[in-house]
Write a protein that binds this ligand. Structure first.
Ligand SMILES: Nc1nc2c(ncn2[C@@H]2O[C@H](COP(=O)(O)OP(=O)(O)OP(=O)(O)O)[C@@H](O)[C@H]2O)c(=O)[nH]1
Ligand SMILES: [Mg+2]
Length: 335
């Protein structure tokens, strides 16, 4: 019996010991829904937050001051942020004083609504049809998951039959271009690279020329990991941005900052610095599967007003999901 079989069987409520026969009769198991995938990805945060909230609220009818204090600590513990947590609690207290919150179930619904408002408030406007070629620059500190994100994005675009060019502008390490090459092969995307140590803007120049000549739909630029505190490396991003704009009007059309969910609140400071140098347009939050502090998503939307475009939920090609605020909030609060 395969683990896949077990999962498939249990999901549709069918005994798990005959998955192959079930598949033969009824075809492959249904794809998990967006909510199911978010629940799986945010399971650590959910076990932490929803589990704690459920324990706290279990058997309680009344919402008292002690309960609210504990709730406050739980929300902060999940990295939702001190400011946002304070706002939620102020709001709850006000509603209580007006008799607008009667029981613990209403309290939970109220928190969910508040989180949804924050997540839906972040800017999300997107051009109806992307320009051709659409130029997407991917930035972030070391090891956050930039290259893996690029591979997974190329995989998504490939499934939409888009022609993708990957630009190996991380020229600091030879291994970086090799890593991108592997994703290029996996996703049938062209990879444009130069020898290690080359000027990243020169590689970008080549990649954009190639993309135009080959009539590619999209160019995704892999950049070297850099500390947001190193001003020379940050100005290199500014130079790349200027180069892109000279070759393709309006490029880069998207600048995605990749943040590692595990680093929590530290990501906020990175985001502020990268936004200043590289005009970040959206966030990719990776490794959501590896943290109990997924509430950082809320802090980012609240503090930076930047949309969360995608979340990384694993290391495989299909483990990048467009962010869905409603599914995310439900996955956090529903145990
Ligand atoms: N579990 C999990 N691992 C991830 C995710 N995204 C990336 N990783 C892993 O994180 C590690 C670093 O990923 P890279 O894509 O190489 O990170 P990078 O930002 O390109 O790194 P540098 O180029 O060195 O700055 C790899 O082992 C990835 O497999 C994710 O969403 N979930
Ligand atoms: Mg990389």
């Amino acid at each position: 019996m395969t683990p896949e079989g077990r999962a498939a069987g249990s999901r549709v409520g069918i005994p798990s010991w005959r998955p192959n026969m079930i598949q033969t009769l009824f075809g492959p198991p249904p794809e998990p829904t967006v909510l199911e995938r978010f629940k799986e990805a945010a399971s650590k945060t959910r076990d932490n937050l929803a589990g704690q909230i459920d324990d706290l609220l279990q058997g309680k009818k009344e919402i008292d001051a002690d309960l609210l204090d504990e709730l406050e600590m739980m929300l902060i513990g999940a990295d939702i942020g001190v400011r946002t947590t304070g706002e939620i609690l102020d709001d709850v207290r006000e509603k209580l004083s007006r008799d607008q919150l009667r029981d613990v179930e209403e309290l939970k619904t109220h928190i969910a609504r508040h989180l949804m408002e924050i997540l839906s408030g972040a800017k999300t406007e997107k051009a109806a049809a992307p320009p051709i070629p659409e130029v997407i620059m991917v930035v972030g500190v070391n090891g956050t998951g930039k290259t893996t994100t690029i591979g997974r994005l190329a995989h998504r675009l490939g499934r939409e039959h888009k022609k993708v060019v990957l630009c190996a502008a991380d020229t600091y390490r030879a291994a970086a271009a090799e890593q991108l090459d592997i994703w290029g092969q996996r996703t049938s995307s062209d990879v444009i690279k130069q020898k290690p140590g080359s000027d990243p803007s020169a590689v970008l120049f080549d990649a954009l020329q190639a993309a135009k000549a080959r009539q590619a739909d999209c160019v995704i630029i892999d950049t070297a990991g850099r500390m947001h505190t190193k001003s020379n490396l940050m100005s290199e991003l500014e130079k790349m941005t200027r180069t892109a704009g000279r070759l393709v009007p309006g490029a880069p059309h998207q600048v995605l900052l990749v943040l590692d969910a595990v680093t929590g609140q530290n990501g906020l400071e990175q985001a502020r610095k990268f936004t200043a140098s590289a005009a970040v347009t959206g966030i990719v939050l990776t490794k959501l599967d590896g943290t109990a502090k997924g509430g950082i998503v809320v802090a980012i939307a609240r503090e930076l007003g930047l949309p969360i475009c995608y979340v990384g939920v694993g290391e495989k090609a299909e483990d990048l999901m467009p962010f869905n605020a409603s599914a995310f909030v439900h996955s956090l609060l529903e145990s």
